[in-house]
Design a protein around this ligand. Sequence first.
Ligand code: ATP
Length: 547
Amino acid sequence: MSQPETSLMNRIVSLSKRRGFVYPASEIYGGLNGFWDFGPLGVQLKNNLRDAWWRSMVECPPIGPDGKPLSILGIDTSIIQHPKTWEASGHIGGFSDPMQTCRQCKKLFRADHVEDMLRDAEWVVSFADAMKVAAAETLKLGAFLQDSVTFDGAAAQNWAQRKGKRLAPGLALVRNSTVTLSWLDEDMRNNPSGKLSFMDLLNYMATEQKAKTGLQTPCPNCGGDLTEPRQFNLMFESRVGAVEADDDSGKVYLRPETAQGIFLQYKNVLDTSRVRPPFGIAQVGKSFRNEVTPRNFIFRTREFEQMEMEFFVPPEDGMKWYEFWVAERLRWWEEQGVSKETLFRHEIPDADRSFYSSATSDIEYRYPFTAPGFGELEGVAYRTDYDLKQHQTFSKTNLEYIDQENSRRYLPHVIEPASGLTRGVLVLLCEAYQYDESRASPEWLKLKPSLAPIKAGIFPLVNKDGMPEVAEKLYLDLRRTHTCQYDAKQSIGKRYARMDEAGTPFCITIDGDTLKDQNVTIRNRDTAQQERVALDQVKNYLATKLA
Ligand code: ATP
């Protein structure tokens, strides 16, 4: 099947906009970087994903390893909390990503994103071509920064004078090729293999004064050299109270995660509900991070939604529950229609984990922009008793659980499955996107029926001969239980196409025969097959198919 020229990700973004899933925020004012709005279909899809999560966490939680259903309670806490919350949690002072600035173009980058961005940078791919690194091929492997290359000084100089001037004006090789190349020549004489990794080569090409500065990392944007990583606080600040105080007394923060609200209310929930560890508290809501490099559509935004659950357990059971939740969360994403092959459990190595966590796994998804690699969708962290201990210390409130049965008191340990709701919507869109030129709408969304924004389209074949009346009656009946859309405009093929693009699993057509035999035609989105179903059985049909 021939695919269009435009990249898969661009097609998903443009379908999302065209069909009202996601729009750029403040678009009429030129947009605002890192902010997106959900349109009519998008908000429905997001709510459906949220509801599926809430249902499987709070209303009908999984069965635990001992065969008993788990207790998980819902909560909804404030976006703005006492500022001490963020001191205790380590977000003030700690919640900052190491950042690097380009000395030439002044752009800011998150230090841990630079390599990824270099891999995709136009100038790097062009330079790799000139160096005969099979860039197009190796890019797909996602590994060419580590590939070893043989260096060709003349080709590099030639590239610098032609393409480099336009694509990477900040690169030392472009600004001052003679000096830059001389460092490398000298070093290569001492390198018997004559080979170096492509990343090392890029570092050499970004270095003008090696003796003074050491090797430099090039800027993904212009090739310029980057400063050392520096800390940068990601929390948005605001003020409470009517007066703008010039001291910090009214300073507050928009929460950067929903989890801390749960820890602050853990004791109240424990005291007012008849639960004891192991039990969980779940929350869905907005979080805000002043991300330095918001990118990849709604993957990394500055305002987003999270679905988080803190599961409180006796300390000795921590690892058991950690394994349980990693497996359970992977299973859940598969249940939402995400295929096994596109999901990946990434066990975070000891050195990369937060200091308080004794085990963390990221559940990753193969996004079009990370493929063949994976990017985070959800993190499952064993956070020990770190958060409760911190809040106990900072608030001077005893947060211990009193276990009367075993006459002991302890701070429970916590397992946290923390997922992005808006990022989850992106995963659903990427996973559902299909392209098939033989269909009325080549682009269509194969969403899990129960998550689809519209469950059924209801069409009178023609807008006369008694068909609209029957169709409207069916619509008024079905919409009480399912989100339906009535559509009488244009040809039936165009109406199918519109529904396919929205991911609607069923289209129900009332035709001339319906008036005679009381049957309707139901078209299945995935197979494009049609079947005749009795008018009075349509409701049951949908209920069975959407269960
Ligand atoms: P990253 O390392 O990508 O910044 P993180 O590990 O800090 O993410 P967590 O704090 O574990 O992320 O947040 C839990 C989940 O919230 C993530 O797995 C992701 O789905 C979502 N999330 C975090 N930051 C953002 C963001 N800026 N935009 C959209 N979703 C986000």
